[in-house]
Design a protein around this ligand. Sequence first.
Ligand SMILES: Cc1ncc(COP(=O)(O)O)c(C=O)c1O
Length: 489
Amino acid sequence: MGRFEHHMGGLDGTPKPPDARTRPGAAGARLDDARSRSVAQRIAADAAQVAAAIGDGPIVPTVTPEEIREHLGSRYDFTTPLELDDVVDDVEHMLGTWQVHVTHPRYFGLFNPSVTPASVVGDTLTAMYNPQLATWRTSPAANEIERHTLRWIGSQFGFPADASACFTTGGAEANFSAVIVALTRALPAYGEHGLGALGASPTLYLSGEAHHSFAKIAHTTGLGRRALRKIATGASLTMDLRDLARQVAEDRRDGFVPLMVVGTAGTTGAGVIDPLPELARFCRAERLWFHVDAAWGGAVILSPRLRSALTGIDAADSITCDAHKWFSVPMGAGMFLCRHPGTVAAAFHAETSYMPRKTAGVVADPYTTSVQWSRRFIGLKLFLSLAHHGRSGYVEMIERQARLGERLREGLRRTGWRIVNETPLPVVCFTRDGLDVTKFLATVMERQIAWMSEVRLAGEAPVVRACVTSFRTTEADVDRVVRDVESLV
Ligand SMILES: Cc1ncc(COP(=O)(O)O)c(C=O)c1O
């Protein structure tokens, strides 16, 4: 049995507890111990095995917190040095056995992708060289690789070459950045004096299907959660423009300061896309910041067949697009793109005597143009993956997953399920009369049919949500899931 299958427990889907024994290591092991080389070689081999065998193992673990805590408590008091090889063995056991395998071909989940080998190499190199990207001067190569990659991504969205762009930890940080920059533009005193001193109450407009990171953002920026205006959605689950116009007019009348409209391109629940061209026009007419949260759906901008779904995104003031979703690279890798580099610089400026001095010329120091200070080389995994697969590789992968979504939708419809969302993207929300969604999903997972989730759309009764997130998913996987879930009703 290969190492990976061993880690994954029985192929019948019954996870087995980790059983590795850890030996004491050489006392005071040197931090640059040469033996780490053989462990690194072994990890490279494991990576290939994990990728090859993931589809044969279970998807969902059964484990209690007590079980894991007991395991950790009994082995790791951090007093005696241990052999690295043994600890890695044990950690691989734990990760192989005690997690939902989001890189499994039948993980139909929450936008967590399978990861390309090139991107795994990228993250490994990042850890190895540990470049510090706070300033340009410290890591010229890494900074220019990120800039090159971000400019290409920006150009796909129709953004100009001088747009501001940075890698973030994910979509939530990118959305956070957008709100801070929008506040800085609309209320220049916000940065120095804070919202309290302005006597203004800015408001933010988004549909009830938008991502809930905005609730935390409203909280942490000082806007307050009540600044969020949940705009009604129609039958298509997209933002209702009439309700948007009504709400903005009402707020102006009541003395609020309408700030930003968030259009979502690929909602988390149903994968639907708000009417971006109309939202862009409305924002222009009302002088509102137009932010498009394309955290997952943004990747379809590469696809000639699907990109028309994002028409209007080029008119956004800012865009969120996550590489760690449909670009299939490891977490965390978000992107924040903004048309207003001057306002971005005003929002995040910082001066210290202890940081390396700014390099003359056409370079920006990321710590002065984004939320983070110290930062890892997030962009390398996307750079390597784009360079290795090329645009055509991505187009093929994205369009294939969209076709598999259609196949899943059709298969479910044919076998009596009601599909409740409409989108060209591979998110399928479905139900049938009398279905107890929670119980149904428990059985789906217990039998290792697939990982799917429960969602309420527009506040209605819960339905089942399945999203094709993995480039490993095949037509056979989709057909098997359709067959297996039919057998449960
Ligand atoms: C539409 C949307 N925006 C933002 C986010 C938050 O992204 P992250 O989890 O990368 O912070 C998500 C996460 O799924 C999302 O679906």
